[in-house]
Ligand binder design. Structure first.
Ligand code: 5AD
Ligand code: FES
Length: 362
């Protein structure tokens, strides 16, 4: 414990550890005292940038068609049991209307990799949302695309893009995906997104099949190098209609430990307490915030389609209406001393960069 406490303090002070030291901390994820100490430093760090504010994003899962076949994912193309759906532009706009009235100032548009939504159609959707809600941010989560496509979404007004890298180790990537998908291409997409100017989010599943703690340390290196504005992590959870149906779920305590570590290596990062974390433990999202996360993403999708966007089994929040999801999360946050705010919730680093640019121009 003493040695690990020392390492945790070093991580807090210096923002980084050697590989073997990271491993030492990760190995102890099951010990409450260790996790509490890490969480304390992570909270302190989050407070410095964000106080007790929790940012919120309205998640609109607008299509569960996907051309890919990731072994872990419930909406993979080979899953013939998935009931497929697509929302029309008007349906998406209705979700945004409802979300705006509830206090959401960021909309996350997420889908499988679905060619039905051409760049033209996506540009139309982005432009229409921005026209109606110029004070809102749009986050896209549409998978791997050509750089030109990313650029035209950005030009149309999209602000952020989430694309988890899933694992930065090429061999491990191979264990999770068919060969058409490569870790190198995924990383290139992330670099393209950063270069275009998106607030960019990467991330992993914790405890995905074949993952080792060393892989996780490699992921920390990748995050440090990429300097993402957002990082999304949650435990791997098996889906019964995928090749990984029989694999064990990822560890809750390891996920919490990693949230704290990520907060300490990327102090101002936007870090959600994810739905998967809330699924593996009823207090998961609260515990995530207390471990250093500062974002939650309640579901804004129409209730009729929620059960169809099943990436993994037993996903929570598939029944309630949007208002209930928001109120429920707001109350949960209040109970642990945090406030769900009505705010775009931009990356502080990006805002600062913009401010410096404006000063230079004038
Ligand atoms: N368990 C946990 N997370 C999953 N995702 C996809 N399938 C699963 C699963 N079975 C995550 C992936 C993906 C994000 C949208 O959801 O990390 O990038
Ligand atoms: Fe759709 Fe992986 S199954 S991107």
């Amino acid at each position: 414990m003493d040695n690990v406490s020392f390492l945790i303090e070093k991580l807090y002070m210096e923002g980084w550890l050697r590989d073997e030291e990271f491993l030492e901390v990760l190995i102890h994820h099951g010990e409450n005292e260790i996790r509490n100490l890490l969480a304390e430093y992570a909270r302190k760090t989050a407070h410095r940038y964000y106080g007790n504010k929790v940012y919120t994003r309205g998640l609109i899962e607008f299509s569960n068609y996907c051309r890919n076949d990731c072994y872990y994912c419930g909406i993979r193309r080979s899953n013939s049991h998935a009931q497929r759906y697509r929302l029309k532009k008007e349906d998406i706009l209705t979700c945004c209307d409802e979300g705006y009235n509830l206090g959401f100032r960021t909309f996350v548009l997420q889908s499988g990799e679905d060619g039905y939504y051409t760049d033209e159609l996506l540009i139309e959707i982005i432009t229409d949302i921005k026209r109606r809600y110029p004070d809102c941010a749009i986050t896209l989560s549409l998978g791997e695309k050509e750089k030109e496509s990313y650029q035209c979404y950005y030009d149309a007004g999209a602000d952020r893009y989430l694309l988890r890298h899933e694992t930065s180790n090429a061999q491990h990537y191979r264990c999770l995906h068919p060969k058409e998908l490569t870790s190198e291409h995924r990383k290139q997409c992330l670099r393209d997104l950063k270069a275009i100017g998106f607030q960019t989010g990467c991330g992993i599943m914790v405890g995905s099949p074949s993952q080792t703690l060393r892989h996780i340390v490699e992921d920390l290196h990748f995050m440090k190098e990429l300097q993402p504005e957002m990082v999304g992590i949650g435990p791997f959870l098996p889906h019964h209609d995928t090749p990984f149906y029989n694999e064990p779920a990822g560890s809750f305590t390891l996920t919490l430990t990693l949230l704290s570590i990520i907060r300490l290596i990327l102090p101002d990062v936007l870090l959600p307490a994810t739905t998967a974390l809330g699924t593996i433990d009823p207090q998961g999202r609260e515990q995530g915030i207390l471990a250093g996360a500062n974002v939650v993403m309640p579901n804004l999708s129409p209730v009729a389609v929620r059960k169809k966007y099943m990436l993994y089994d037993d996903k929570i929040c598939t029944g309630d209406e949007a208002a209930e999801c928001r109120v429920c999360l707001s109350n949960r946050m209040k109970r642990i001393g945090y406030e769900l705010v009505t705010d775009r919730g931009d990356s502080i680093r990006k805002l600062e960069e913009k401010r410096i640019c404006t000063i230079n121009i004038h």
